[in-house]
Design a protein around this ligand. Structure first.
Ligand code: TYD
Length: 206
């Protein structure tokens, strides 16, 4: 028996966490056992790796180091949380997964194909059944981040040109995987977004 694996992706400030909560509620209301998680993080080891990756004082981090750290956090997450939960028939809802690496490190940092290769070891064959891509112009996303610049993490502090490349990457992934990735206009009212997502989840449950 394999459970269901649903991920939510999108630029910083695109409202992912609100929808992750809605998705949890959708499945719980149907009596299903749900595990909520996030990347980077989701395990003790992953959260420690997260602290290194997002530390705004570590400006010297090499892009490949960054890509490998995200993949390392993911590998632990798959092994310790995602694979066991899915094999117990649970629903796993994750705030970001491999598409974030493909967009941020592959497109944003320009590492391209290498990111898919590294991550194939981390994810084994655990790809999401459905991925919601919260589509929001990166400029609008940056304005939605309420923390002051000094409080933002290392990735958030990146220039707008970086965030634009990341966003193009997400749009490219959406085109490449139309069966898995569902694009959602993140500028719509929250309730409307929830309804669109719930309709797709109904389809997924068949
Ligand atoms: P997250 O905690 O989801 O930040 P936010 O709440 O702002 O969306 O993710 C932290 C940052 O890490 C975010 O800027 C996206 C980035 N990231 C990558 O660059 N690659 C990855 O593989 C993942 C999972 C996240």
């Amino acid at each position: 028996m394999r459970g269901l694996f649903v991920t939510v992706e999108g630029p910083d400030g695109s409202g992912k966490s609100t929808q992750v909560e809605n998705i949890r509620k959708f499945f719980e209301d149907r009596g299903m056992d749900v595990i909520l998680s996030r990347e980077p993080g989701g395990t003790v080891i992953g959260e420690r790796i997260r602290n290194i990756i997002l530390d705004k004082d570590l400006k010297e981090m090499d892009p490949m180091t960054e890509a490998m750290l995200y993949a390392a956090s993911r590998s632990q997450h798959v092994a310790q949380v995602i694979a066991p939960a899915l094999s117990q028939g649970k629903v796993v809802v994750c705030d970001r997964f491999v598409d974030s690496s493909l967009a941020y490190q592959g497109f944003g940092r320009g590492l391209g194909e290498a990111v898919a290769v590294i991550n194939s070891y981390a994810i084994r064959d655990y790809m999401p059944d459905m991925t919601f891509l919260m589509k929001l112009d990166p400029e609008a996303g940056i304005h939605r981040i309420e923390r002051s610049r000094a409080e933002q993490d290392r990735l958030e502090q990146e220039k707008l040109t970086f965030h634009k490349k990341v966003y193009e990457g997400f749009l490219e992934l959406e085109k490449e995987h139309p069966d898995r990735i569902v694009g959602i206009d993140a500028s719509l009212p929250k309730d409307r977004i929830r309804d669109l997502i719930f309709a797709k989840l109904e389809e997924l449950l068949g």
